[in-house]
Write a protein that binds this ligand. Structure first.
Ligand SMILES: C[S@@+](CC[C@H](N)C(=O)[O-])C[C@H]1O[C@@H](n2cnc3c(N)ncnc32)[C@H](O)[C@@H]1O
Length: 238
């Protein structure tokens, strides 16, 4: 079998030294909540097994890529206690902030990958994720860096494999060129339909879509965000 090329993570894993409370949350909570893609074979991880300890069980698993400080992830986990959430974020300072939220909110339906989300996509079973979020991903504005963008042929194919038929993939950006790039890639992808019918559908954040820090930063800097929702097409029957 030909092995796929290795994945490269671009961006920071660490920032300023952590405050004591965040360090303590990292030490006490992360070991039980962390999922390490390297522990699982390609396409072998059924994400539901990660939520066996969640009260009442979960009716599905949703995924957030690059959750930053985790505001959206924590708000969604609070709003949907019967869904299991996996958040991927390689920046440990963001992970620590989310852990404080998890502790304070008593949330038991979040698991965390402290690494490239692509590694998780590669090890999940097919059709195992009911919804996915990619909010304000790093825009890599220089043309020679564009290929570092999360949205690209490899990750679109990987996401289509893990999403259930009809699943939503929500994306947001405040970067014009990345918006065009997202639309170019996603509207030509065989497995997705863009759900927008009128401008309000992409200019306005839907009510069940909590805001994030980077949305606020974009608005404050005069860069209005766009909110893009794509639906995974049903798989063709063999
Ligand atoms: C601009 S920030 C946006 C954070 C957050 N989504 C928000 O809206 O506030 C992009 C985040 O994506 C994370 N990131 C970058 N590459 C990633 C990857 N391959 N997998 C998962 N997260 C990634 C970065 O560490 C960073 O926290």
């Amino acid at each position: 079998m030909v092995k796929p090329p290795l994945r490269t993570l671009y961006g920071r894993r660490r920032g300023k030294p952590l405050r004591l409370g965040r360090r303590a949350a990292l030490d006490s909570l992360l070991p039980a909540l962390q999922v390490n893609p390297a522990d699982h074979g390609a396409g072998a991880l059924d994400p539901r097994v990660l939520f066996q300890a969640t009260a009442g069980g979960v009716r599905g698993v949703w995924l957030e890529i690059g959750f930053g400080a985790g505001e959206h992830l924590a708000a969604m986990a609070r709003a949907y206690p019967d869904i299991g959430f996996i958040g991927c974020e390689p920046f440990i300072n963001g992970v620590a902030r989310l852990l404080v939220e998890i502790e304070q909110g008593g949330l038991d339906n979040i698991r965390i990958v402290v690494d490239d989300a692509g590694l998780l996509l590669d090890c999940l079973t097919a059709g195992s994720i009911g919804r996915s979020f990619l909010l304000f991903p790093d825009p890599w504005p220089k043309r020679r860096h564009n290929k570092r963008r999360f949205v690209g042929a490899r990750n679109i194919t990987a996401m289509a494999r893990v999403l259930t038929d009809g699943a939503l993939w929500r994306m947001a950006t405040d970067h014009r060129d990345y918006c065009r790039w997202m639309l170019d890639h996603m509207t030509t992808a065989a497995d997705f339909d863009w759900l927008a019918r009128r401008p309000g559908d992409w200019r306005l954040r839907p009510e069940d879509w909590p805001p994030t820090r980077y949305e606020g930063k974009g608005i404050a800097a005069g860069r209005p965000p766009v909110f893009l929702s794509f639906k995974r097409r049903p798989r063709k029957q063999p």
